[in-house]
Design a protein around this ligand. Structure first.
Ligand code: ADP
Ligand code: MG
Length: 217
């Protein structure tokens, strides 16, 4: 399989629309994950957010820039999802987009910068640390792997990043929740992965699959 060095703006737009469809299709899986530890609405919230993302992204001219595509997605999530995860997932995309502001193509250096800023933004906003059993447990190791992967073709960097996010999601099973709704479960939170960590792994895996065989101009 040949590797893809970087994605252009129309490809990034196509990728984000595919991510939106994947998250919307995963609604039952994400809600089930939240049912095990929280109130069971994570899939619904994410689906609502990504439907809004599609609405705002579809008319957007990709020549406005890669950062703008990500931050528009973040703003759509913040204004449509509400609740803790609207702010958290919206911040992820908005801060990630800011870090890419002037970029004309999406490469592994951009990926590292984007995920690093997104992680810092989400941690500043939600005060979660690695080990609290939140989406940070998938995002933080993914960002570290992305930073380490700078210089690789984007397809390889995203593959390594998605793998790190999946390992983080799986590692969250053994953690005791210390934040959010699952906190009240204490020891009983052991054994299930965090719902938000499932979303992070899904988003990055879908980005990786796209970069392995990019479509759009
Ligand atoms: P709610 O908790 O309002 O029902 P969701 O069910 O949509 O929202 O999302 C729950 C997910 O949000 C959790 O699985 C966790 O990953 C993430 N989360 C909750 N609080 C925080 C926080 N302070 N920092 C980071 N992520 C968080
Ligand atoms: Mg919930």
């Amino acid at each position: 399989m040949s590797s893809t060095t970087s994605l252009n703006a129309p490809q990034v737009k196509a990728m984000l629309l595919i991510v939106a469809d994947a998250v919307i299709a995963a609604e039952p899986y994400l809600s089930e994950a939240d049912r095990n530890l929280g109130d069971g609405d994570h899939g619904l919230g994410m689906a609502r957010g990504f439907n809004a993302v599609k609405e705002k992204l579809e008319p957007l001219d990709p020549s406005e820039g890669i950062g703008k595509l990500f931050s528009t997605a973040g703003m759509a999530m913040i204004s449509s999802m509400g609740g803790a995860s609207g702010a958290i997932f919206g911040t992820l995309f908005r801060e990630g987009g800011k870090a890419l502001s002037a970029a004309e193509s999406f490469d592994s250096e951009g990926l590292g910068k984007m995920l690093h800023s997104a992680t810092e933004g989400v941690m500043a906003r939600g005060k979660a640390k690695p080990g609290d059993k939140t989406m940070i447990d998938a995002l933080h190791p993914a960002a570290a792997k992305a930073v380490e992967s700078a210089g690789l073709p984007i397809s390889e960097a995203l593959a390594a990043t998605a793998e790190a996010a999946e390992a983080g999601r799986d590692a969250s099973k053994a953690m005791i929740a210390t934040l959010g709704r699952a906190k009240t479960l204490g020891q009983a939170s052991i054994g299930h992965p965090d719902a938000g960590a499932c979303s992070i792994a899904l988003i990055l895996r879908t980005m990786s699959d796209f970069a392995a065989a990019p479509t759009a101009a």
